[in-house]
Design a protein around this ligand. Structure first.
Ligand code: 7UC
Ligand code: FE
Length: 294
């Protein structure tokens, strides 16, 4: 396993010569440690079959199968397929996934710690993902905002970004809205938590899923605190020039693993509708998702 810091990048490392099919338990431990400390690990030169990709996920923890079957790989439900390749009835996966700032499963009671992305078809123009390290954002938050978020909880829901399924055509929107609330009721997470591995404090909120902040006594905040936090973090920056935004681009045979506790991400908008297919596996590691920030 050869680790290279990526020059000019805000965070993340590149790893060459890591073969998940033959790597030892020690090598997997070293890899995991890198993901927690460096936030993004790009495994270079990966030529894995889908079962091998799933095995890699299993070596890292317990795989979480996405709750909406529309995203599943037809043979391997463990794989979430993002694809803009449309072939009529044969369509596999879902187009335009994640084109909004979010952390994966942030709207669930128990999100997973690790996300693995393995691009399968890359457009000619760079396809990439934007990332923001919300650990660094918390560290640099002005004292006044740090004081304002202490002991608060943030409410999360997928309701604004739930994707209409083919089977939803002709359904009254009211029934669909009710189904979303019933299947994925809003969840509260601490606005700031401690990362169970690094001990780092993380500002855990995103533009897509966070909708409300509650004070310690449960009172809903009616001020603009949530917007000010999102603004500070760079998630409202339409020009993507915020100092916190890191654009991760992909080379063929790259496989990304990132820390889903401290990073929020957003799929890059490509101007031309070129074919792009990506496979995703998500994993609960051996640690609780978060620890109390106090
Ligand atoms: O279609 C999508 O962008 C899926 C998104 C709402 N959820 C991904 C996740 O893991 O939270
Ligand atoms: Fe995502």
């Amino acid at each position: 396993m050869r680790v290279t810091e990526r020059s000019g990048a805000r965070f993340g490392v590149t790893v060459e010569s890591f073969d998940p099919r033959t790597a030892s338990a020690d090598e997997f431990e070293a890899l995991k440690k890198l993901v927690y400390t460096e936030k993004i690990v790009v495994l270079r030169g990966q030529r894995l079959s889908s079962p091998e990709f799933i095995d890699l996920g299993r070596r890292l923890g317990r795989i979480d199968v996405y709750y909406e079957p529309m995203y599943h790989h037809p043979e391997y439900p463990e794989i979430f397929v993002s694809s803009n390749v449309s072939s009529g009835d044969q369509r596999v996966g879902v187009p335009q996934t994640g084109k909004f700032w979010h952390a994966d499963y942030q709207f669930m009671a128990e999100p997973f710690g690790l996300t693995l992305i393995y691009p399968q078809v890359l457009p000619k123009k760079n396809r990439g993902t934007y990332f923001i390290d919300m650990g660094r954002v918390y560290e640099q938050l002005p004292d006044e905002l740090k004081a304002a978020v202490a002991s608060t909880r943030t409410m999360h829901s997928p309701r604004r970004y739930f994707k209409i399924r083919p089977s939803d055509v002709y359904r009254p929107i009211k029934d669909l809205l009710e189904e979303i609330e019933q299947k994925t009721p809003a969840v509260a997470h601490p606005t700031v938590f401690r990362h169970p591995v690094t001990g780092e404090r993380v500002l855990y909120l995103s533009e897509a899923f966070a909708y409300e902040i509650h004070d310690a006594d449960g009172t809903v905040r009616t001020d603009d605190l949530l917007d000010r936090l999102l603004e500070f973090s760079g998630q409202l920056d339409a020009t993507f020039t915020s100092e916190y935004i890191h654009l991760q681009t992909y080379e063929p045979d790259d496989l990304l693993i990132w820390d889903n506790r401290s990073l929020v991400h957003r799929a890059l908008h490509t101007a031309t509708p070129e074919p792009a297919v990506s496979h995703r596996v998500t994993v609960h590691d051996a640690h609780p998702f978060y620890e109390d920030a106090s």
